[in-house]
Design a binder for this molecule. Structure first.
Ligand code: HEM
Length: 473
């Protein structure tokens, strides 16, 4: 009898061990070296809903926490309708991005194509991508080389900040969006902020953004359906402006980016419309999020950093006794401001991850990635990895005050698709901060955190209480 009980118990124990070994792997890789992981229970969706569950953008969220601790920094899953390798490993992420078009290729889910359009830079690959990317680069390089660009940033900053004069509260995200959007439409289309078309296009872009992360049902009235319609409206507005300019009417030549674009004979007219949309969207949404997260982290966590920032900008302002505008030299002097912006990018994770697919079977660091699988390099997990960054969850701009550049950060991606607007976003944020810290004190009014949806949003729009301050205080 005793033997029977013992045999039964051993059997149950063995079954348990076998069962558990299926879920809790002892080693990080399968025998065929495809990383361990779970494909989820839902047909098609797999684990997509848990992966997309909103969480504070300065944390990695419960999905990545549980999966990384169970399976390691590289694991398999089933996301956005495909078997997927998720990478939270910096070396693997860089390997993926640098091997674009060789081993991997940009591959955003099909429903996103429906909204961005088939000629969007995030959708096109190969030679078409190279051609359109060069146009985007020519835009960002021209901006950087024009003193008028810096003047425009400053003019819009001052006008935004002055409009707060009689207020004691503003919804910061709305203000930041208006500011970055007005700047982009000025650079690209020569539109002034008071042009009624400007606020219509901005409204359409906001509808467009909501559709990007919605359930892709093309039914009128759903966020996805509304986004597709909003895109069509923006396209037809841009086409109408292009037609007017194309007529060559006297006085219509503005010497803005649209003029440069219209003189380019190697791109189709739809390609031109698409690049305008890419630059407007890429240029305003992400930069305004960077500004909002910077204001949030400074207001919420770091009075010490805010004081240091103020003293840096006071010194710069004192050099400008005659009230001259900021220039490149000033920008270069904003050393602590750069630390603050870099740290806000690390903690705020404006872009959490990007989409790729494997073009071939790939082996890297002992892992096997099968051809055709989706691959997601996740930047936020690297930015917030405590084994790579000391006190990773803390907003600490001083971590950037080191001789060697801080490693293991990639807020703007990498490889042949590295963001062409990185420097523009930083300049805009730095100039805005200059006037903000010299003009106002602010406190974050209500608990409102940056949430990764996965694109970052503040639920209440980051309401802040503001108080005009004396420059000498
Ligand atoms: C904080 C601000 C910004 C962040 C965090 C950011 C982040 C990124 C990232 C991660 C990518 C790579 C996407 C991928 O590999 O799939 C990207 C691409 C891109 N970004 Fe940005 N971006 C920012 C600002 C801007 C600005 C200001 C512009 C334009 C003026 C811009 C235009 C673009 C364009 C056109 C691409 C596509 C590049 C290509 O596919 O070759 N971005 N951005």
């Amino acid at each position: 009898m005793g033997d029977l009980v013992l045999a039964l118990l051993s059997g149950v124990l063995l079954a348990l061990i076998l069962l558990l070994s299926n879920f809790v792997p002892a080693r990080p890789k399968h025998s065929n070296n495809i990383p361990y992981g779970s494909m989820g229970y839902w047909p098609f969706l797999g684990e997509t809903l848990s992966f997309l569950k909103p969480h504070q953008s300065n944390s990695i969220g419960s999905f990545l926490e549980s999966h990384c601790s169970r399976y390691g920094k590289v694991f398999k899953s089933h996301l956005f309708g495909s078997p997927t390798i998720v990478s939270c490993d910096h070396e693997m992420n860089m390997f993926i991005l640098q091997n674009e078009e060789k081993l991997f290729q940009c591959s955003y889910p099909k429903p996103i194509h429906g909204i961005l359009g088939n000629l969007s830079l995030l959708v096109v690959v190969g030679d078409v991508h190279k051609k359109l990317r060069n146009v985007a680069l020519s835009f960002t390089n021209t901006c950087k080389s024009k003193p008028e660009y810096l003047h425009d940033i400053e003019k819009l900053t001052v006008s935004c900040i002055q409009s707060w004069k009689n207020k004691n509260e503003v919804v910061f995200c709305d203000e930041a969006k208006k500011f970055t959007f007005n700047l982009m439409v000025k650079q690209i289309l020569s539109m002034e902020p008071d042009d009624p078309l400007c606020s219509n296009i901005l409204q359409d872009f906001q509808t467009f953004m909501k559709g990007l992360v919605s359930i892709p049902l093309y039914i009128p009235g759903t966020p996805y359906g509304r986004a597709v319609k909003a895109r069509a409206r923006i396209c037809s507005t841009v086409r109408a402006i292009m037609r007017e300019r194309g007529k060559g009417n006297v006085g219509l030549e503005k010497r803005d980016f649209l003029d440069v674009l219209l003189s380019n004979t190697s791109i189709s007219s739809e390609g031109k419309v698409s690049i305008v949309l890419d630059l407007l969207l890429g240029g305003y949404e992400t930069t305004s999020t960077l500004m909002s997260t910077t204001v949030y982290f400074l207001g919420q966590y770091s009075q010490h950093a805010l004081d240091k920032l103020k003293s840096e900008h006071r010194v710069i302002r004192e050099r400008k006794k005659g009230g001259e505008t900021l220039d490149w030299e000033d920008y270069k002097q904003m050393q602590f401001t750069h630390y603050v912006i870099n740290e806000a990018l690390r903690c705020g994770n404006v872009v959490k991850f990007v989409h790729r697919k494997a073009l071939k079977d790939v082996n890297f660091k002992g892992y096997h990635i099968p051809c055709g699988w989706r691959v997601l390099p996740v930047f936020s997990a690297v930015h917030l990895d405590p084994s790579l960054h000391e006190h990773a969850s803390q907003f600490d701009p001083w971590r950037w005050a080191v001789e060697e550049p801080v490693k293991n950060v990639a807020p703007f991606g990498g490889g042949p698709r590295l963001c062409p607007g990185a420097e523009l976003a930083k300049i805009e944020t730095a100039f805005f901060l200059h006037h903000l810290v010299l003009s106002y004190r602010w406190i974050i009014k209500e608990t409102d955190h940056p949430l990764a949806y996965p694109y970052v949003e503040f639920k209440k729009g980051l309401p802040i209480e503001i108080e005009l301050q004396d420059l000498s205080s």
